[in-house]
Design a protein around this ligand. Structure first.
Ligand SMILES: Nc1ncnc2c1ncn2[C@@H]1O[C@H](COP(=O)(O)OP(=O)(O)OP(=O)(O)O)[C@@H](O)[C@H]1O
Length: 242
């Protein structure tokens, strides 16, 4: 578990400003939900935190360490930060268990047999112990997404990032994936999630962050942002996003 701090984070793509100086703190064990229209910069922000894209200015600190420093090797830092995408990206020719084992085996050089108990415990923790030997096309979309989350957890990340992970799912499968996030929250995982699931954000998030055109328009506890009638700006923002 870890604390994440962004200060003045800027990102440009070919001269176009996509993140325009973002300040954001995510406390240890907190869940922060990023909400914004398509193109507002949610995915870019998550990719920058995960060091998939280098930032152009500002800094990103993980437990006080500046992980955005250009001289830093991103690979070991990236292992501390799990990222789950909308598309599950499981390898179709591998079972769920093999998909989950792949990164620890390759990157952490752990052996299959040594890994097995820990991986089995992860599948059991999220109610998928009877699906470990299944191939992705034998699993529902919700189950595949839960396997993708387990795959990220197998690297024992200190913080988890989620990019619209329920957007590609049939509505009846969204709940089981959100339940995994509720469980992680109760276990103290630090999380940042781009989402359109407003009721989930309202219920579970410690902080909601409204992104608009690379700016943070508002941020704060959901009770403050969603419920207070004086937040007319919030109402206008949500009307535009939803
Ligand atoms: N690799 C890239 N090269 C050039 N422009 C990019 C790149 N990635 C993102 N952008 C641009 O940055 C802006 C923000 O995109 P981003 O995907 O972060 O938004 P988003 O809020 O996640 O949107 P969505 O909800 O549609 O995923 C968009 O204008 C997009 O075209």
């Amino acid at each position: 578990m870890a604390k994440l701090e962004l200060r003045g984070v800027q990102k440009r793509f070919r001269g176009a400003d996509v993140l325009r100086g973002l300040d954001l703190s995510v406390d240890n064990g907190d869940m922060v939900c990023l909400i914004g229209a398509s193109g507002s910069g949610k995915s870019t922000l998550l990719r920058c935190i995960n060091l998939l894209d280098p930032i152009d200015d500002g800094e990103i600190r993980l437990d006080g360490q500046d992980i955005s420093a250009p001289e830093l090797d991103p690979q070991p830092v990236r292992q501390r930060i799990g990222l789950v995408f909308q598309s599950f990206n499981l390898f179709p020719h591998m079972t769920a268990e093999e998909n989950v084992m792949l990164a620890p085996r390759r990157i952490k050089r752990q052996g299959r047999e040594a890994l097995r108990p820990e991986i089995a415990a992860l599948f059991a923790r999220f109610g998928l112990d009877d699906r470990m030997g299944h191939y992705p096309d034998q699993l529902s979309g919700g189950q595949q997404q839960r396997v993708a989350i387990i795959r990220a957890l197998a690297m024992r990340p200190e913080i988890m990032l989620f990019d619209e992970i329920t957007s590609a799912l049939d509505p009846e499968l969204v709940g089981e994936v959100l339940d995994v996030l509720r469980q992680l929250k109760s276990e103290g995982m630090t999380m940042v999630m781009a989402t359109h699931e407003m009721s989930f954000a309202r219920e579970v998030a410690d902080k909601v962050c409204f992104l608009s055109d690379g700016h943070i328009l508002e941020q704060g506890p959901p009770a403050q942002l969603f419920e207070r009638p004086e937040h007319a700006r919030t109402a206008a923002f949500l009307r535009a996003v939803l």
